[in-house]
Design a protein around this ligand. Structure first.
Ligand code: SAM
Length: 227
């Protein structure tokens, strides 16, 4: 069965973008997944096709209108019932590999891309929309965040990744960062590959990798060890 993505955006021409090439692109060509980019403006009802308005309470920027968003969500749900609807927003909980796995195991996903100051907050409760952030920084729009989320999901779909095992050992799958990798040449500009990796002793290699995964997690992402 094909996994389906719908992306509600003011810039449909940004899709599939980088997801049209390499692993994801080949999987799309092969029918393993599909993507429909939906123009939010099509759900505006005035003759100017207005999708935004000034923030209640004043302040800079514009806010995406809840009535327009709701019509887009209703239409997307009717087309893809059973798929969760997520809105990309820095105000949401961080996307995790666990959530990515859940999404990839389902029928697909509908994504709402914000612009300007973001969404009228009432869309979340009013239409059961799940907020999700891809990191603690501000992008100019939700489209690049949607591409990130879709890339993470699509590579997990059955048959998309080349080697079946190369998803299991990766960073975050076991709550740690992955161990570091090396390849030939054995010595590069005076830097040698750790000796254990060329020893041929699989037990020692495995023990070294476990230790490095833990040490690097403690160094770069101590938050993962306390979660
Ligand atoms: N005013 C918002 C705030 O401070 O939380 C930022 C709005 S941002 C300029 C415009 C849009 O980009 C957001 O509505 C969202 O869709 C997207 N965006 C920006 N940063 C994001 C992030 N870290 N994760 C997911 N989406 C993001």
């Amino acid at each position: 069965m094909s996994w389906q993505a719908q992306v509600v955006t003011l810039y449909p021409e940004m899709f599939p973008g980088p997801l049209g090439v390499s692993l994801a692109g080949r999987a799309m060509e092969g029918g393993r997944w599909g993507l429909e980019a939906i123009q939010l403006r099509d759900f505006a009802e005035d003759r100017h096709r207005t999708v935004d308005d000034t923030p209640a309470g004043g302040g800079p920027g514009m806010v995406l209108k809840v009535d327009v968003l709701a019509r887009a969500v209703d239409a997307a749900r009717a087309r893809l019932p059973g798929a969760p609807v997520l809105a990309l927003t820095p105000r949401g909980p961080l996307l995790t590999q666990k959530r990515v796995r859940e999404l990839a195991a389902g029928p697909g996903v509908t994504l709402l891309c914000g612009r300007f100051e973001g969404f009228d907050e009432r869309i979340f409760e009013g239409r059961g929309v799940e907020p999700v952030s891809i990191g603690d920084y501000i992008l100019s729009g939700g489209e690049t965040a949607a591409l990130v989320l879709l890339d993470a999901c699509v590579r997990l779909l059955d048959g998309v990744m080349g080697a079946a095992s190369s998803g299991v050992e990766e960073s975050f799958e076991s709550g740690l960062l992955e161990y570091p990798h090396y390849t030939r040449p054995a010595v590069w500009e005076g830097h040698a590959i750790p000796e254990v990796l060329t020893s041929g002793d699989h037990g020692k290699v495995e023990a070294w990798r476990k230790r490095k995964a833990f040490e690097d997690t403690r160094l770069w992402r101590p938050d993962l060890l306390t979660d």
